[in-house]
Design a protein around this ligand. Sequence first.
Ligand code: FAD
Length: 388
Amino acid sequence: MTSAIGAHTRHFDLIVIGAGPAGAAAAQTAAASGLRVALVDKRQFPRAKLCGGGITGRAIGHYQRIFQGRLPDIPLVRCQEVAFFAFGEDLGLTKGVPPLYLGMRYALDAALVRQALASGAQDFTGQNGTLDPENGALDLNGTRLVAPLIIAADGVNSPTAKLLFGQAFDRDKIGFALEVEHPEPDPSAPLRIDFGAAKWGYGWRFPKAAGMTVGLGGVMSRNSDMKAALASYLDRLNLPSNLPVKGQFLPFGDFRNVPGRGRVLLAGDAAGLVDPITGEGIGHALHSGELAALAVIQALSTNQPTRALQLYCAGLRPIHKALRHARLLRNIMFRERLRPAFVRSFRSSRTLRGEYFRMMSGETEYGPLMRHMATRLPGFVLRVLREN
Ligand SMILES: Cc1cc2nc3c(=O)[nH]c(=O)nc-3n(C[C@H](O)[C@H](O)[C@H](O)COP(=O)(O)OP(=O)(O)OC[C@H]3O[C@@H](n4cnc5c(N)ncnc54)[C@H](O)[C@@H]3O)c2cc1C
């Protein structure tokens, strides 16, 4: 079919914009259920994505449900030991934690896209488009894609969120992270987390199959010189300071209660779904992509596309609740007056550390973790926790 402006028009049930974990999960879920899906990304895969590549048990659980595989078919390092530091203090090595997997995002994302395409999504990667949200249309070079519903999973700088809301995120609330890739693996260096290496954030050293990813991230408004913080962190880890540094916004600590408008649903980073304490975004990206696609499937099955956003919001409630809890807990962990109590509790309580890892593995939520903290922290914190 040729439209009035000369573009070739192709009709789908769903257009997914952005083919990172959120978009690939959405495309996979919708295509596997029989919907006609266009999967669009401005980049061709494999493409680089700045990320620690830490894949928690929670994220693996989402992967297994959505993509029906045991583990993504990419080189992964499996870790069950973590060295914790907080504000420069060594909190010791925690052994036997639920497995964390570490991989490179260019490989992970390419594998997810391959799986979504194999499930029937149509490949429009490597193409940039102009969105017409009112008419459910995306104009690519000479081709107009049209669908009753659109899932935009176009990342932290989401052009779609900008189009709908004027800005992708609130700069005063968002995080920022810097990272370097060290090309040599060090088998003697365990996975390491340094709370406070950036203000209201943490530093990480993640072992990879072919090197190490080292970085730090925190609330942007509290870190006036993140580069200096990274330099001193690299120095503390005895790593060279001349590795190329890359940075990106981290959408944590803030999210849209209604992520989308009309026929457009936002998922993953575009919806602000990064955990404000762990900085983890892959798991919520996968899950929210799936939830958005399930809302689309349900709305289209009753021929009511306008209900999709409302259904999606209902599905997202548990994720939003977890992010609210994490934001509250972050206020306690990083507030200067409470810091000593937090450090003491984290160092001395195996139960607290155990709850932290059970939470990352998807076995529990922030609620039980907060209750454990509450029993160990000063009275007014208890009141804050009880009130929320
Ligand atoms: C330094 C750093 C370290 C991190 N470490 C971790 C970690 O260890 N573990 C973890 O779980 N999370 C981590 N995160 C967070 C994680 O990277 C994100 O939460 C996750 O990538 C979100 O997935 P997504 O699919 O929403 O977005 P993305 O993975 O960013 O994918 C968005 C896609 O949209 C595409 N796109 C953008 N604009 C357009 C457009 N106009 N048209 C078409 N396509 C478009 C992009 O090309 C991209 O492929 C880290 C983040 C940073 C910055």
